[in-house]
Write a protein that binds this ligand. Structure first.
Ligand code: ADP
Ligand code: MG
Length: 275
C-alpha cells in the first residue's frame, strides 16, 4: 500500500457533469476502488438509474433489491440498502435499480425533495461503527432532482473532463447550477477536483484540451491524467473495477495516483497538515 494519511473526516464528493459518456461512472468506481486499495473506507452511492456503478462494483441491483430508490422515496435507512463490494471490505455501494428512473418524477411532489439523500446520508454517517473516509456519488447525465439531491448532500464536486472536442461545453451551465445550489440549498458545496480522462497522448487535440482546462482551473485539475485504455473500458463487463481487473494496467496505475493525489491535496490544505 501507498503511504497516505487520511484526513480523519468523511469527505462527500459528487461526481457530476451533465454530459453523458464523459467518464463519470468510470471515474467514480475506479477512484473509489483505488482509494479503498490504499486503505480508505469508501461508499459509492449510485444515483444513475442505469446502475452502471453498481454493476462495475459487482453488487446485485436487480429490480427486487432494495436500492437508493427506497431511500429517496420510501425513507428506508441507507444502512438497509448498502452492500459490500466483493472487491474489498473497504468498498461499499448503495445500489441503483431501474425503479430510480421513476424517482425523478416521483420526487417532485415529495416534501423536502432536494434534501432526501442528505438526510439519509447524515443519519447513516452518524450511526456507523467505523467511520468512512469518502463517499462518492455517481450522478445521472442531467441536472434534475437526482443530481440536485447529490449536490445538496455533498461538500465537494468532482468533475471528470473528457479530453475531446467540446470538453468545456456545458461546464458554465453546471457551474451556474452549483452557484444556485450554494445560494439556496448547500453553501458548503464547492468544486474541489477536476480529473482529465480518456487522454490520448498521441493526439494534439487531447494536449490542447488539457492545457485549456488547466488554464481555466489551475487549482482544481489533478496532475494525474487518466489515459484512454481498453482495460478500463473492459473491466465493467466482468463486474469489476480496473483496479481489480488489471491492477498493473496503465489505467489502474493512473487511478491509484489520482486517488493518492486527492488524499494528499486535502491533508495538505487541512489544518493538521501531512503526517
Ligand atoms: P458517464 O458515466 O459520464 O456516462 P462512463 O463512465 O459510462 O461515462 O464512460 C463512457 C464510456 O467511456 C464507457 O464505455 C467507458 O467504458 C468508456 N471509458 C471511460 N473512461 C475510459 C478510459 N479511460 N479509457 C477507455 N474508455 C473509457
Ligand atoms: Mg454514468
Amino acid at each position: 500500500t501507498t503511504d497516505v494519511s487520511l484526513s480523519g473526516r468523511t469527505r462527500v464528493l459528487t461526481v457530476s457533469n451533465q454530459k453523458g459518456g464523459v467518464g463519470k461512472t468510470t471515474t467514480t468506481v475506479n477512484i473509489a476502488a483505488a482509494l479503498a486499495s490504499v486503505g480508505a473506507r469508501v461508499l459509492v452511492i449510485d444515483l444513475d438509474p442505469q446502475g452502471n456503478a453498481s454493476t462495475a462494483l459487482g453488487v446485485p441491483h436487480t429490480a427486487d433489491i432494495p436500492s437508493v430508490y427506497d431511500v429517496l422515496i420510501d425513507e428506508f435507512p441507507l444502512a438497509d440498502i448498502v452492500q459490500v463490494s466483493p472487491e474489498s471490505p473497504n468498498l461499499l455501494c448503495a445500489p441503483s435499480t431501474i425503479h430510480l428512473a421513476g424517482a425523478e418524477i416521483e420526487l417532485v411532489s415529495q416534501v423536502a425533495r432536494e434534501h432526501r439523500l442528505k438526510t439519509a446520508l447524515d443519519d447513516y454517517l452518524a450511526n456507523l461503527d467505523e467511520r468512512l473516509d469518502f463517499v462518492l456519488i455517481d450522478c445521472p447525465p442531467s441536472l434534475g432532482l437526482l443530481t440536485i439531491n447529490a449536490f445538496t448532500a455533498a461538500h465537494e464536486l468532482l468533475i471528470p473532463i473528457q479530453c475531446e472536442y467540446y470538453a468545456l461545453e456545458g461546464l458554465s451551465q453546471l457551474l451556474g447550477t452549483v452557484r444556485m445550489i450554494q445560494k439556496h440549498l448547500n453553501p458548503a458545496l464547492h468544486l474541489s477536483t477536476i480529473l482529465l480522462t480518456m487522454y490520448d497522448a498521441r493526439t494534439r487535440l487531447a494536449q490542447q484540451v488539457a492545457e485549456e482546462v488547466r488554464e481555466h482551473f489551475a487549482r482544481e485539475v489533478l496532475e494525474t491524467v487518466i489515459p484512454r485504455s481498453v482495460r478500463v473500458s473492459e473491466a465493467p463487463s466482468f463486474g469489476q473495477t480496473v483496479i481489480a481487473y488489471d491492477g498493473q494496467s496503465a489505467g489502474a496505475i493512473a487511478y491509484r495516483e489520482a486517488a493518492v493525489e486527492m488524499i494528499r491535496r486535502d491533508t495538505a490544505s487541512g489544518e493538521e497538515g501531512g503526517a
